[in-house]
Ligand binder design. Structure first.
Ligand SMILES: Cc1cc2nc3c(=O)[nH]c(=O)nc-3n(C[C@H](O)[C@H](O)[C@H](O)COP(=O)(O)OP(=O)(O)OC[C@H]3O[C@@H](n4cnc5c(N)ncnc54)[C@H](O)[C@@H]3O)c2cc1C
Length: 441
């Protein structure tokens, strides 16, 4: 029986990162009847990485890459633009430390590969190794989260600096934070420019179709297919790289928790405002309290970015009232940190969805006959979903690698009970986390 895909992405045109870029003409939608060896659904980091890897390993195969929207308008182009090399692990047991080491190996492999793609194809995304400040607002969270993180870094032999309020203020230009751990390996970029560049530099062997939402799939029978409004492809193998929309395809429904995030970019700061900032020409802050805290950046063109709001979103939809409240909160939080700069005007405000798992492991593997899927980035999708895309392509070809073993070191996403039990559990646990981090916002 074919399956109808009724819950489609509803990305709007608000993404601030792509608004800063030149206009791009999307690839035409799929039309008519086709046959491809491979169909990949989803043109974010995961789908693009899968397409590139398949093209490398199977240069004679025909590959189609479809997306419901335009490249760069998805979560891959709407995130905060941190490609992070070092993971956070739950504790300091030998097993956790080994998981962390192996996750770092994967992350660094992917970052080197992305750097190579950026250089080879001249992708102008402002990619810069600026490191990141992992910051706590209160002494309590500094003592719990930052000290544990520093102990992990010591055990891994990773370089870092522990910076208290005065030192941080001298670099960032705000006295808001109690302290931070600075690690040098994170790269910052305009994510929409990166994902556009990666997609547009795929080899011609990959046929790309934008504004081509898959609205029906048939995975059984002699001639499996995916259908869009104006076309249909019969495929040999199918890869789903659709992030939380996997649930629309009936995949990972009991493994993945869809989350909604909001972000804002201000207008460029005036020279007078810039003069009141610290010594770092651009920087990125991630919150020590992962659920309650805010991500911030000073971009190379001197805008402030804030990402705040991390809420359960089983419907994969939001409304204007919620958007207005999130935007107002962003303005208030920026003023709390940078009130001494005077008026800050938010120029762009947007939202995006991602998937997390209960055990922080990826949802990954064969999900049907000749159907493969990768989801659940757990908030680090630039690097982790680039890895997931590459590895799901290898998995579909039966290729084994140390990279895959490292990627799956924590296993795969664990089972979560169905709704409405899930709704109660997730909402309760988010409420508890928010309460514990209410001063970290
Ligand atoms: C506000 C925000 C901030 C974030 N910050 C960071 C950060 O700083 N660093 C980091 O590493 N990660 C961050 N993330 C997470 C990261 O953006 C995602 O994990 C990552 O982009 C996921 O990549 P993906 O390719 O799996 O999914 P996506 O980029 O979501 O791509 C999936 C694609 O599937 C398509 N699709 C879905 N259904 C269909 C269908 N039926 N037919 C056709 N196409 C379909 C969608 O249109 C979409 O383009 C952030 C996310 C958000 C929302």
């Amino acid at each position: 029986m074919p399956r109808l895909i009724t819950r489609l992405p509803a990305d709007d045109r608000t993404n601030g990162w792509s608004a800063l870029l030149p206009q791009r003409t999307p690839r035409p939608p799929l039309e008519g009847e086709h046959t491809f060896d491979w169909v990949i659904v989803g043109s974010g980091y995961a789908g693009i990485a899968a397409a590139r890897r398949l093209a490398e390993l199977r240069p004679d195969d025909a590959i189609a890459l479809l997306d419901s929207g335009a490249v760069g308008e998805n979560a891959s182009g709407r995130n905060s633009g941190f490609a992070i090399d070092l993971p956070h692990v739950p504790g300091d047991s030998a097993a956790s430390m080994e998981q962390g080491r192996r996750a770092t190996r994967v992350n660094r492999f992917v970052m080197a590969d992305l750097e190579q793609q950026i250089a080879a194809h001249g992708i102008d995304c402002g990619w810069e190794r600026r490191g990141r400040y992992h910051a706590a607002v209160t002494e309590g969270v500094a003592a719990s989260a930052l000290d544990t993180y520093a102990a992990n870094l010591d055990a891994w032999g990773e370089p870092y600096e522990m910076l208290a309020r005065d030192a941080l203020s001298a670099r960032l230009g705000t006295r808001y934070y109690h302290s931070a751990v600075y690690t040098p390996g994170t790269c910052l970029m305009n994510p929409a420019a990166l994902v556009r560049g990666l997609a547009d530099s795929l080899p011609s062997q990959v046929a790309r179709f934008e504004h081509s939402a898959v609205i029906e799939i048939e995975t059984n029978g002699a001639a499996p297919y995916v259908r869009t409004e104006r076309g249909r492809i019969r495929y040999g193998k199918l890869i789903l790289a659709v992030n939380p929309f996997a649930q629309s395809f009936g995949v990972f429904r009991s493994r993945q928790i869809p989350m909604l995030l909001f972000a804002s970019l201000t207008q460029p700061l005036t020279p007078a405002q810039q003069a009141k900032l610290g010594a770092d020409p651009s920087w990125g802050i991630t919150p020590a309290h992962g659920v309650a805290g805010s991500t911030l950046r000073l971009t190379p063109d001197k805008r402030l970015l804030i990402r705040q709001g991390f809420e359960y979103s089983p419907s994969l939809r939001t409304n204007d009232e919620r958007r207005r409240a999130a935007r107002a909160q962003h303005a208030q939080l920026l003023a709390g940190r940078f009130g001494h700069l005077g008026e800050l005007t938010i120029e762009h405000f947007w939202m995006g969805w991602l998937g997390i798992s209960h055990n922080h492991a990826p949802a990954f593997g064969e999900v049907g006959r000749n159907v493969y899927a990768a989801a659940c980035c757990n908030g680090s999708g630039i690097v982790r979903h680039t890895a997931a895309g590459r590895l799901i392509a290898e998995h579909a070809l039966g290729v084994q690698s140390e990279l895959a073993e490292d990627f799956l070191i924590e296993g795969t996403a664990s089972y979560i009970p169905p709704r409405p039990l899930r709704d109660i559990g997730v909402r309760w646990s988010l409420m508890r986390e928010r309460a514990s981090g209410r001063q970290e916002v």
